[in-house]
Ligand binder design. Sequence first.
Ligand code: PEP
Ligand code: MN
Length: 340
Amino acid sequence: MKSFANMDMVFAGPCSAESREQVMETASQLSDIGITKFRAGAWKPRTSPGSYEGAGDQALEWIAEAGRTYGLKTAVEVATPAHAEAALKAGIDCLWIGARTVTDPFATQQLADALKGCGHTILLKNPITPDINLWCGALDRLTNAGLADIILIHRGFYTYQDSIYRNSPIWSIPMEMKRRHPELRLLCDPSHIAGRAALVEDLVDKAVALNFDGLFVEAHCRPEEARSDAAQQITPARLGEILRRISRRGPVAATAEMAVFREEIDKIDTSLIALLAQRMEVSRKIGGIKKASSIPVFVSDRYDKLLEACRKEAAGAGLDPDFAEEVFRLIHEKSVEEQL
Ligand code: PEP
Ligand code: MN
């Protein structure tokens, strides 16, 4: 298990670069906690016009200055060729492509063309919709344009289902993306998944558990005053606490703890197999009686009762009843087969 002890893969910074003072203050506090990569939005894609849409070109100067002053690599979102050109000209080190842009193949292609041959690190967020092929397509557009240094970011997906999250973390999608592209680093953006500062820490823990390579996280020197995404931003000090806690856990302690539990699991599995064998033995005895007395092997009434009892037992034991039913359907099917 990794712990992001390598801070190089933790990008942090405000949702929006709002003023020179806010950018410098946030960058200074982040540098104090060991952050080396600074993110901030200059142009913000907002749902409604009239919402704060970022400081634009002016923001690039503040971000670049913060990078020089505190020795941070900088990252800015680019959504159009004009953004890309301005960010490259201002000396921004890394460019990220936001979820809305990745959702639109035309926009992604235009960016790929504009960035062709720039040699910069490109961070590619997942599209808003849970469509892995759209994410892969965007990646192909970038690699086809000769962009080789690409980092993927999981920032959650929009679904119609109610969720405590702003964007549901459908973890199987970034995991499949990592399986298809093991050579690429994969970051988790807990801020845009969470939508609320209180959920960020737990999402960071999940990202550690799932072996993500790092984070892309929003931090603001005064989150309550943020002009965009105020609810989900945390202070650099809070981020420092979270990072210190996960790095303290460390891979060695975690591996030792896991080894103890794995031993326990192995013992339980051995008992489960022995119990299953014992059950099958009893079932065969019943099969013998049925055969001798011409009683049918499959009695649907008994089957329904058995499954219902399993569901009840499972619920009482804190197990998912659907899972228990599925397991016992399999066991029952095999028993019937053995009795034939
Ligand atoms: C952001 O990182 O500030 C942002 C706009 O993210 P996303 O594209 O994931 O919504
Ligand atoms: Mn944001």
